[in-house]
Design a protein around this ligand. Sequence first.
Ligand SMILES: *Cc1c(COP(=O)(O)O)cnc(C)c1O
Length: 408
Amino acid sequence: MEQREQRYIAMTETSLFKTYNRAPVSFATGDGVWLNGSDGRRYLDMGAGIAVTSCGHQHPHLVEALQKAAAGVWHTSNLYDIPEQRRLGERLAAATFADRVFFCNSGAEANEAAIKTARRYHFVNGAPERTRIITMTGAFHGRTLGTIAAGGSPKYLEGFGEPLAGFDQVPFGDLEAVKRALSPETAAIMVEIVQGEGGIRVMDKSVLRGLRELADENGILLVFDEVQTGMGRLGTLFGYQHVGVTPDILAAAKGLGGGFPIGACLATEAAAAGMVAGTHGTTFGGNALACAVGNAVLDVILEEGFLEEVRRKGLLAKQLLAGVVDTHPEIYKGVRGEGLMLGVECRVGVADVTAAARDAGLLVIPAAEDTARLIPGLVATDEDLREAANRLDQAAVALEKKLAEVGS
Ligand SMILES: *Cc1c(COP(=O)(O)O)cnc(C)c1O
């Protein structure tokens, strides 16, 4: 790393936990999928704060909603009726399979609520022994002690003691392995429709349908972690609508608040049967500020024609990226993904690719060991997507030059 970058990081992290490798730049303003850097440069943001700023930066409708909410009472706790929360819950239920919604503050918490809901379902239905959850390799469900156990990644479990019991992991997409892992203690199967952190790995529709059948045949619940795939990213409000397989429980977060922290656990009436007063709770979850913004995000995403545009732009972006990959076979290997959740598989280190992209004024996000993720605000225009492809091309040219220098 350049000395200038090291100095910047030393300066900004003096009293913070050293849990992140931060790039040496900050952003105070932005518009659409563009960010103005502290270094005076304009960056094309294809990361969206990790699939969070679903409506782009400083969307006028979201800004107005938050400002209006900020002038009222911010927080009362869930001891009282919160009209904005009730409204957001009703709207999410009306637009999905769900009858019940629990609001929290993050994706990990949404998954914790999903796991607890699945276990309680069996508890109140006379099968308290059904506590185990089947998950898949490469999964990412969050960083709490429960969700690192669910994710099963040794990298995230190391050094944190005995993992929380109750998770059985099978190879990604392996339906036969799921069958073998089923036991009288199985409560649920929990998967991402498209693995995000795992490298934009798309689960086969036939596998998802198979999981639904297995769940039905065995009286267990199907949980979709849609923290990343949800809120329009795959071109439908939630990804399950895109693949045509309906879960019993769904976790959402990331894009739901467009940058304001909020998560949600959605469930059918039957699946939520065990979650009665006193079983679960949160101080902050679903407060007036968060839900006002959540409602504003829904206004944008559910507007006539918006999701159709996401589908069209997703196809365009995939085509553009495939062109860049073809032009630079030494640097890139292929494109994966659905909608505006795309991954460019790299032949060189993904950290080198994200750094070269940043040098070209493009923000992309690493996933797994070898994939650069493009998960932009859903308001990205055709022109933005063309420019992203251009800049990924520029990054490849710079990396090829470096490779040639090393080679000679
Ligand atoms: C980001 C993510 C999470 C964790 O969300 P946090 O808000 O960071 O807790 C869980 N599941 C998936 C699929 C994610 O992409």
